[in-house]
Design a protein around this ligand. Structure first.
Ligand code: ADP
Length: 401
């Protein structure tokens, strides 16, 4: 089945067309500047990239244009819109309402509306993406795949913040967790590699990218994760602070005369690698500056390594053991120094990285065993593939209709 995977942002819409039988990407691209102009950047393997400025007043226009491009004789890769079997949407926040991927219907859209408060920046674009596809392809089934869904198995002692209970009831304030589609994908791959029945496995999955999160996955189910009510919680990130003493927030607001919106912007955009190093939010720049002797870049780097190690240790305690660790996403796949730092000192848990292998992972990067062959804990690099996971979920749900 051909599945169109859509990731809608406030003024953009990223897409990939998958043949789910082979896992092959037939086309991918981006509609950007939606509402303020419009541009499509479209790529088909074996063809020249196509870039065009075309008016996109809203996500509906963008979807129509991308479908026209996909079916265009010269630029496209399918002959007719009917060849798109289904659309799969990436949705950031499913709140307490969605614990798995779902087929779009009125009830689902209504529940998604209720998530607006929880993720105001993301839910609006997702709803626009769904509407855009409904307008452009009224008869094509659509499926929603949530970043929060895989984490819905956490027990309440893990997801509950110790604040007044009434605010949990009133505003649904709790840990939700994000990057769930990535954690689920690498968990699935890791379970195939471990020599144990899935229900007996205890693994820690480290999704380290611009945004980073770490999950404890016991018996294939998440029991804890570092991101929380929002994707600001957890480890240090490119520009996000991660977990800090909450009293710092009101202290700084008073001292620096900041509004809640300014504080939110500060914590999300000006902290993390960028804030600590003053160099960049990008791990490549941090590594280069660190190697050139920049102390603040080295500090930013060491903080992340230390925090990952702390979470691995605490999650091993939470699970009562550890069989494996997975590193994935931009930093997890590419930055061997962070993997090394995160694992150093965990020998007492049975974690022993083969430093030679870790530092020399061949490119293009594929699944690689990084731990010593006889080490009790298997450490793997597994490249993530959230889009493929979305396409597979979508095909499965639509095939069962
Ligand atoms: P996002 O959270 O935006 O999806 P990514 O998973 O692409 O982010 O991760 C971005 C981070 O990964 C950046 O800090 C970047 O430095 C790092 N990264 C990405 N690709 C590479 C690479 N080829 N080599 C080194 N670092 C990389």
């Amino acid at each position: 089945m051909n599945v169109l995977v859509v990731n809608a942002g406030s003024s953009s819409l990223k897409y990939q067309l998958f043949d789910t039988a082979s896992g092959q990407v037939k086309a991918k691209g981006l509609c950007e500047r939606i509402g303020i102009g419009g541009r499509i950047i479209h790529k088909v393997p074996g063809k020249e990239d196509y870039v065009a400025d075309l008016e996109m007043k809203n996500h509906s226009d963008a979807t129509k244009i991308l479908v026209q491009t996909l079916t265009d004789k010269k630029l496209g890769c399918i002959s007719d819109m009917s060849e798109i079997g289904a659309v799969g949407h990436r949705v950031v926040h499913g709140g307490p309402y969605f614990s798995g991927s779902v087929l779009v219907n009125d009830d689902v859209v209504e529940k998604l509306q209720l998530c607006r408060d929880l993720a105001p920046l993301h839910t609006g674009p997702s709803l626009m993406g769904i509407k855009g596809c409904t307008d452009a392809m009224p008869n094509t089934p659509q499926v929603l795949v949530f970043d929060t869904a895989f984490h819905q198995t956490m027990p309440e002692e893990a997801y509950f913040y110790p604040i007044a209970y009434e605010y949990y009831e009133k505003y649904h304030i709790r840990r939700y967790g994000f990057h769930g589609t990535s954690h689920r994908y690498v968990t699935g791959e890791m379970l195939k590699l471990l020599d144990k029945p899935a229900e007996d496995t205890k693994i820690v999955t480290c999704h380290l990218g611009n945004g980073s999160s770490i999950s404890a996955v016991k018996g294939g189910k998440v029991i804890d994760t570092t991101m929380g009510f929002t994707p600001l919680d957890g480890v240090e990130m490119g520009t996000r602070c991660g977990t800090i003493d909450p009293a710092i927030v009101s202290f700084l607001m008073e001292k620096e005369n900041m509004t809640p919106a300014q504080m939110n912007e500060f914590l999300n955009k000006k902290c993390g690698f960028l804030g600590v190093s003053g160099v960049s939010s990008d791990c490549r720049d941090i590594t280069a500056a660190m190697e050139a002797g920049n102390h603040r870049a080295a500090l930013a780097f060491k903080i992340l390594g230390y925090q990952i190690k702390k979470y691995i240790g605490s999650y091993a305690a939470a699970m009562g053991g550890l069989d494996g660790i997975v590193f994935t996403a931009g930093i997890g796949e590419n930055t061997h120094q962070i993997r090394s730092l995160a694992c150093k000192g965990l020998e007492f848990l049975g974690v022993e990285l083969d430093e030679e292998v870790n530092a020399n992972v061949p490119r293009p990067i594929g699944t690689t065993l990084l731990s010593k062959k006889d080490a009790p804990v298997k450490v793997y690099l597994i490249p993530t593939n959230e889009e493929l996971m979305i396409a597979k979920d979508t095909a499965e749900i639509v095939s069962a209709m």
